[in-house]
Design a protein around this ligand. Structure first.
Ligand code: FES
Length: 347
């Protein structure tokens, strides 16, 4: 009997290992394919509002596009002013039930390598290379009341989530932080969306503004949503970190995605192979190292693709964004971290 079991194990174990290796290879291949241009999309509509570019993209053959889930993004591929290949992720700002177009809102960031170029140059009829919709920041099915919190251009995935949740007849409250009334994207739409409780909050309102003033805080959120609601947020790092920690004290989890980590002012030496960089002035370790010539591959810049993964040999980090890609002990996603001390990284 023992001999029989030993022989069976000898046969089965190598088979299991090769099956596991095949699964890993397929997953790796799928991940790589996800981060290559998979679609050629035609720009059917362009709208510029202050520093925001709104694009409606359709398939070149007019057919339906790959489906998206509320909260997901697509990657746009292009070249920067120096001719270097780059890609950036932009959330879908639409009811994802519509499958014949993708709508994006792109903020032309100062020094943004792709956003500024698109803002300055893109025209209706242009063709853009894009990925299929992807990303783990998605609205999960639930019957619970939903509280959405957006800061600035972080409103885009919230728009998709609001549509989906309202269709599922969930009570939905949307808090939207902006500087001035002119910075509120989709303001008219949200004001009239049936069933939506819309709470715009301005940090620099004019005297005639009748909505909320100041900064959104956890007391306001809990007053309307309570502890039983589900909370989603897309905003900058400072706003997200504050709300996340304040809500956690009340026992409430904030699901979030950052649209911008904000550049750190702290000077820290970063070391990767023979490349040295200073972290100051960059929003992530990835950006700091790549600007010094490290050529670390990246795609989503949001913790989901895993391409920017490195081993942290030495130093302390600030985790700006929760990684969705799997990590082994000692590994970090360089797009998701800033340096707290000098860092040494390796492959
Ligand atoms: S670039 Fe995708 S996880 Fe860092």
């Amino acid at each position: 009997m023992i001999v029989f079991i030993a022989l069976t194990l000898m046969l089965i174990l190598p088979l299991c290992r090769s099956l596991q290796a095949t699964i890993e290879w397929l997953q790796h291949r799928q991940a790589q394919q996800q981060h290559r241009p998979a679609l050629t999309l035609r720009v059917s509509r362009v709208r510029r509002q202050r520093r925001y570019l709104q694009l409606t993209l359709v398939a070149t053959d007019g057919q339906a596009l790959p489906p998206a889930r509320a909260g997901q993004h697509i990657q746009l591929f292009g070249t920067d002013a120096a001719g270097q290949q780059i890609s950036r992720a932009y959330s879908l700002a639409q009811d994802c039930l519509h499958s014949h177009f993708y709508r994006l809102v792109i903020k032309a960031e100062t020094g943004g390598r792709l956003s500024s170029k698109l803002f300055d140059t893109v025209r209706a009829g242009d063709l853009l290379q894009a990925s299929i919709p992807k990303g783990h920041f998605i609205l999960k099915r639930s019957r619970k009341p939903l509280v959405l919190v957006a800061g600035g251009v972080g409103i885009t995935p919230m728009l998709a989530m609001a549509y989906q949740a309202l269709r599922q007849r969930r009570p939905v409250t949307l808090f939207y932080q902006a500087r001035t009334a002119a910075d509120l994207l989709f303001h008219r739409l949200f004001s009239r969306l049936p069933g939506l409780h819309y709470v715009p909050v301005l940090s620099q309102p004019t005297p005639d503004w009748l909505g909320g003033h100041g900064r959104i805080n956890s007391v306001q959120l809990l007053a309307l949503g309570g502890r039983q609601a589900t909370y989603y947020c897309c905003a900058n790092a400072a706003m997200t970190a504050q709300l996340s920690s304040d809500l956690a004290k009340a026992g409430v989890t904030l699901h979030y995605e950052l649209f911008s980590a904000g550049a750190t002012q702290q000077s820290c030496l970063l070391q990767y192979k023979d490349i040295s960089a200073d972290a100051a002035g960059f929003s992530s370790v990835l950006d700091a190292l790549n600007s010094a010539g490290a050529a670390i591959p990246s795609d989503c810049r949001g913790g989901s693709c895993g391409l920017c993964k490195k081993r942290l040999i030495k130093g302390e980090i600030i985790q700006m964004l929760d990684p969705a890609a799997p990590l082994a002990a000692g590994e970090v996603l360089t797009c998701c971290i800033q340096a707290k001390t000098a860092l040494v990284l390796a492959d």
